[in-house]
Ligand binder design. Structure first.
Ligand SMILES: [Zn+2]
Length: 289
């Protein structure tokens, strides 16, 4: 009995105390420290689409759509050289390419970012997927650290090993409400999902390789390439299983001469013309395939 009273007292005492204070018109001070700091995060609802950039060019949705992604942005400058930052250089090249494609017409274009904002890697390829892009091009510039004599552009595709890993991960995603090549994965078994993703990714990596080769071919004599221009790596930004994706390292910001050239109107024009040509030939080939 005494124990029971003790237990009741333990629970009731604070209530009685606070109630008593309230009745007496007294309040207990709340610690002041930290009260001014309120962190609000606007989290998208599951399945809700992230803000998609506008699609420019012809209104006809049957026209091919290329999504151009200027690397880095916002608090992330990317590679930094003396007086040059990758995020700015990449955005300049991306905008020149967009302008060139729109000027010639026939191709729809969207930029993942058109100003100095930061996007996480997954968001970039996800924008391409959600827009139903036919091609994704991520534009970057490299750093060679102290070796400021290193110059030249390289063209990256997703390495094969990384491709299958990405496919496995993609298929295993818990929220499998995704759609790959128009086929909804939801409700399908993991095995079927991974086969579908694998098939999509195989076709995609073939197309990515074709586009990468065309960039090197069309850029020859116009753009300055690194001796080993064609490369593959496990790049997160290239992991969309159903959008052919290429990452273009335009050159080295750590080489002042190259950085200046790539930032100049003339350098941007040369890049935009060669790249637009590669994009058009790619779409013509894919349409004929
Ligand atoms: Zn970069």
């Amino acid at each position: 009995m005494w124990h029971r009273l003790q237990i009741v007292a333990v629970f009731l005492l604070p209530v009685v105390l606070v109630g008593g204070l309230y009745l007496l018109g007294l309040t207990m001070p709340v610690p002041v420290l930290g009260r001014d700091y309120v962190i609000r995060l606007d989290l998208p609802q599951p399945g809700e689409r992230v803000g998609l950039p506008p699609v420019e060019g012809p209104a006809d949705p049957s026209r091919p759509l290329v999504v151009i992604d200027a690397g880095h942005g916002g608090h992330d400058p990317g590679a930094v050289g003396v007086g040059f930052r990758e995020k700015t250089l990449a955005l300049g090249l991306a905008q020149s390419l967009r302008d060139e494609l729109l000027r010639e017409g026939g191709v729809r274009v969207a930029l993942t970012r058109s100003d100095d904002t930061f996007l996480v890697l997954e968001e970039r390829s996800e924008i391409a997927r959600q827009l139903g892009a036919d091609l994704f091009l991520s534009i970057h510039a490299d750093s060679a650290g102290e070796q400021d004599e290193v110059v030249g552009a390289s063209v990256y595709t997703l390495s094969e090993r990384a491709s299958s890993e990405a496919a496995a991960r993609f298929a295993a995603r818990e929220n499998s409400a995704d759609i790959v090549n128009g086929v909804a994965l939801a409700g399908r078994s993991d095995e079927v999902s991974s086969i579908l993703v694998d098939l999509a990714q195989r076709r995609t990596s073939g197309s990515s390789a074709l586009f990468a080769d065309l960039i090197v071919r069309e850029g020859e004599g116009v753009l300055r390439f690194h001796p080993q221009a064609r490369r593959s790596a496990a790049l997160v930004v290239l992991r969309a299983p159903d959008v052919p994706s290429v990452l273009y390292e335009s050159g080295f910001v750590t080489n002042p001469e190259e950085a200046a050239r790539l930032s100049s109107p003339e350098g941007r024009r040369r890049f935009a013309e060669a790249m637009a040509r590669a994009i058009r030939i790619y779409f013509a080939r894919e349409a004929g395939a």
